[in-house]
Design a protein around this ligand. Structure first.
Ligand code: HEC
Length: 176
């Protein structure tokens, strides 16, 4: 019996050693990948600090990796959540969302926090809970940003449209 347990531990140990060499690709674009979102969505320094500590790791192209996140299986577990999280909501792609999508993302953002679904439980276990106070600040910010977007004339807000107009005029210019 004892020998069997010993064998199980040896196999487990070898497994852990070997998987250290299978490093998942890191999610480490420079912070500039987030700045467009922060400008367009009027992220204040206070909100920025909450998002950076509790959300950006899985919802942007820029994850902050503490040392233990480099260790398998935590590294693989994290890589999986980052991929999933970014698929649903990625602030580094904010400018690619249409106005309608942006509004919808912010609506879901509020819902996820209200239902206490985000940040993921397994993450707060390591990174600490989102306090009720911070949750309230995030919800208020998201609500204000949605309201402001609806009140602002479209042209000044929608980057995609501006970009298309610029391209259009370049194309027309070169034809003339
Ligand atoms: C450990 C990674 C992780 C962290 C940290 C995290 N999320 Fe998520 N998030 C996910 C994953 C994975 C999904 C998709 C699956 C799901 O909904 O559970 C998701 C989904 C979402 C969605 C839903 C988007 C949709 O289209 O349904 C929103 C909004 C969201 N997260 C907001 C947040 C906010 C706000 C925070 C910080 C307070 C946060 N998340 C922190 C991993 C994370």
């Amino acid at each position: 019996m004892l020998a069997k347990i010993k064998n199980i531990f040896i196999v487990l140990f070898l497994f852990l050693v070997i998987t250290q060499f299978l490093r998942p690709e890191k999610n480490e674009a420079s912070y500039t990948s987030i700045t467009t979102f922060e400008e367009q969505a009027s992220v204040t320094p206070e909100i920025q600090s909450i998002l950076q500590n509790k959300c950006y790791d899985c919802h942007s192209n820029t994850t902050q990796y503490p040392w233990f996140m480099e260790i398998s299986p935590i590294s693989h577990w994290m890589a999986y959540h980052i991929e999933e999280g970014k698929e649903h909501f990625n602030v580094s792609k904010w400018e690619l969302y249409t106005d309608k999508q942006k509004d919808h993302k912010l609506e879901e953002f509020i819902e996820e926090i209200e239902k206490k679904e985000m940040p993921l439980k397994s993450y707060t276990w390591i990174h600490g809970e989102l306090s009720n106070q911070d949750a309230e600040k995030l919800i208020n910010w998201a609500q204000e940003t949605r309201t402001r977007a609806k009140e602002t004339p479209k042209d000044s807000l929608n980057h995609n449209e501006v970009a298309t107009n610029v391209t259009d005029s370049i194309v027309t210019d070169s034809i003339q």
